[in-house]
Design a protein around this ligand. Sequence first.
Ligand code: CMP
Length: 139
Amino acid sequence: MQGNRTFTMIKPDAVKAGKSGLILDHIIKNGFEIRAMRLVHMNRRQAEAFYSIHKERPFFDGLVTFMSSGPAIAAILEKENAVDSYRELIGATNPANAAEGTIRKLYATSIQENAVHGSDADETAEQEGSFFFNYFERV
Ligand code: CMP
């Protein structure tokens, strides 16, 4: 049985391109409720910490540069089976492989600048949400 919360970020590419409103509308129209939301411009150390699981990957440095390049929108979303349901809504990491109608197919430009992040498991969703929102904001 899956939990009912996930964590997302609308990444700097999509915010810069003025797509935040369209993406939030897409999320809400698909039945997700926003439980917490914040505009954040991460510095390099914060972006490194958020993506520390990828620190050995060849794309890590580019990813950190990109994620600290401008403001992003961090949010906690609620819906039944939130993690899987949201991953379906956003599509594959590489927009070239993302299904028609998914957020990444519609708004992402590359495997790195892929418009949105979505947690990959309940535990990660909890951990990522607590990176940006305190206990009071998450209850
Ligand atoms: P996200 O779902 O936020 O999780 C890790 C991020 O790393 C991913 O989206 C992309 O932004 C980035 N990423 C994953 N694979 C690659 C890759 N092969 N090259 C560049 N960036 C990548």
